[in-house]
Design a protein around this ligand. Structure first.
Ligand code: SF4
Length: 515
């Protein structure tokens, strides 16, 4: 995970645990659960070997001291940190941290800063947010991704105002219990940073740092490992500066102990890091060998026996990877491929400028409540003509007037990657003369100018679609380049694709053959 504070895995595992769900018991290397059968009482699980714990209080204290001193020197200046440190009103302080934590889920710090500042300017208090409409929230959130986060934040703000008399819960337990959308991680972050509760946090950065500090090589997304990490975070957290300690651990993961090339030489806690020590020992061993000195046998082995926290026997320590041997994750499922036909319906507005028709998506599911060009999910491997016919039928049913498939102009294909979906938009356009009466029983819809489109709650993917459409229009109006677009031509013009827009293999392979 990069500087983005990816927290989904930890949050999910934390939610499972705290919602009464039980984590699976640790598995041995055989893959079978170690639950005894028969009449014998179940033995308490054995504590993990000492090398995976902070069992020496002096070592834990040194880690806290070194980490906090480094944080005081090197921490980034971020608007939510300033608010958390200076806002005297406890409810406002909790709200300020809460907003930042929700925005930072799966999103880079650099991206979040501008959104955060605009959000806090528009809704500086819970009361202000509670009065906002979902439309306004979606508009401000547009481009930040995972739109349900903004919606849930607003719902929870309404709950605080209407049911809790505007008072934020003050402990991690109450925050998680009372506020919808607040999981174990977010609750711990708000409680420690805003209210000084000595409770740990585990997000993607903390997982990486702790796994390296204690050489934990078992699947870091498994409930068994996540639960161990939560226990460790709660033991380690500094009692007098819990909020700073938690932020320092995350900051270390975001700026020093990064996924690919960690800066171990600059790390304030390398003396407490097992992974770093292991690499140092291996280097010393190799150098003694090189100079023909009798090398001592290095003490760099994994635990003896069936350790639930060591790397699996089938994937032992790889010397070439160094500290990046940790953490390890089970292979991710590849994203699901989806194709969607989308049509830019265009008409001349009052002053001759183009207007576009947009419709609102359902209030639940992917991109809930956002606006888009009329779109239709397609089956994979559908013939091109069939795709066009299906889209024409869809538009016809919706507009209540005939739409000929041949009237749809193919613009190109635009790809957008969601976290779990590889989405291809097959973009068409259709120019309409006169007004169109839409079936009011269907989704809400409205005509917008280009500026209104950009200010609306539309997804980044739809902005890419409009960009492809505009580029095609410009090409057509150019006296030199203007020509009818062929199926399979690039959506973004003949040069390189615009940043953020990728061309599908299908589009690439179907290069135009005509003049
Ligand atoms: Fe991470 Fe390296 Fe520091 Fe260990 S020494 S915590 S691996 S940056």
């Amino acid at each position: 995970m990069g500087p983005a504070r990816g927290r989904a895995a930890a949050a999910a595992a934390g939610a499972l645990r705290s919602s009464g769900g039980s984590a699976a018991p640790p598995r041995g290397r055989s893959g079978k659960r170690a639950s005894p059968r028969g009449g014998a009482p179940a033995a308490a699980p054995a504590p993990p070997p000492a090398r995976h714990l902070f069992s020496d209080p002096a070592e834990a204290e040194a880690l806290r001291r070194n980490l906090l001193a480094w944080y005081d020197r090197c921490k980034r200046d971020l608007p939510w940190r300033t608010l958390a440190a200076t806002e005297p009103d406890a409810d406002r302080r909790g709200y300020a941290v809460w907003v930042s934590e929700i925005m930072l889920q799966q999103t880079q710090v650099a991206t979040v800063i501008d959104y955060y500042n605009r959000w806090m300017q528009k809704w500086p208090t819970l009361q202000a947010l509670a009065q906002a409409s979902l439309e306004e929230v979606n508009e401000l959130w547009a481009g930040l991704g995972y739109y349900s986060r903004g919606k849930r934040l607003q719902e929870a703000a309404r709950k605080v105002v209407c049911e809790l008399a505007g008072r934020m819960p003050r402990t991690a337990e109450d925050l998680q219990k009372l506020l919808p959308g607040v999981g174990r991680y977010t609750a711990g972050a708000i409680a420690s940073i805003s209210y000084g509760q000595a409770t740990g946090v585990v997000d993607g950065n903390v997982i990486r740092v702790l796994c390296r500090l204690r050489c934990i090589g078992a699947d870091s997304s498994s409930p068994a490992v996540i639960n161990r990490l939560w226990d460790m975070a709660n033991v380690l957290v500094d009692r007098s500066r819990p909020g700073d300690f938690n932020q320092a651990l995350m900051e270390l993961g975001a700026t020093v102990c990064v996924p690919k090339s960690p800066l171990c030489g600059e790390c304030p806690v390398k003396q407490q890091c097992q992974a770093w020590r292991r690499v140092e020992k291996e280097l010393a061993f190799a150098s003694r060998k090189l100079f023909g000195k009798a090398p001592p046998v290095p003490d760099v082995e994994d635990c003896v026996g069936d350790c639930p926290l060591c790397p699996p026997a089938t994937e032992p320590w790889d010397s070439s990877a160094g500290v990046t041997n940790f953490p390890r994750k089970a292979a991710k499922k590849p994203p699901r491929a989806m194709r969607t036909a989308t049509c830019v319906l265009e008409r001349r507005g009052r002053h001759g400028a183009p207007e576009y028709l947009i419709v609102q998506r359902p209030s639940s599911g992917l991109l809930a409540g956002l606006w888009e060009f009329p779109s239709l999910p397609l089956a994979q491997d559908l013939q091109e003509e069939k795709e066009k016919e299906e889209l024409a039928d869809h538009l016809q049913a919706w507009m209540g007037r005939p739409v000929a498939a041949k009237g749809l102009q193919f613009i190109g294909e635009v790809i957008h990657i969601f976290s779990h979906i590889h989405q291809t938009y097959v973009v068409y356009s259709l120019h309409l003369d006169g007004d169109v009466t839409l079936d009011p029983a269907l989704s809400p819809s409205r005509w917008v100018t280009e500026d209104e489109f950009r200010a609306s709650a539309v997804s980044t993917a739809m902005k890419k679609v409009l960009k492809a459409h505009e580029k095609q229009r410009r090409k057509e109006s150019s006296p030199v380049k203007g020509s009818k677009r062929k199926r399979g031509a690039k959506a973004q013009g003949a040069g390189r694709p615009s940043p953020g827009t990728q061309l599908s293999l299908r589009t690439f392979l179907r290069a135009p053959t005509g003049p």
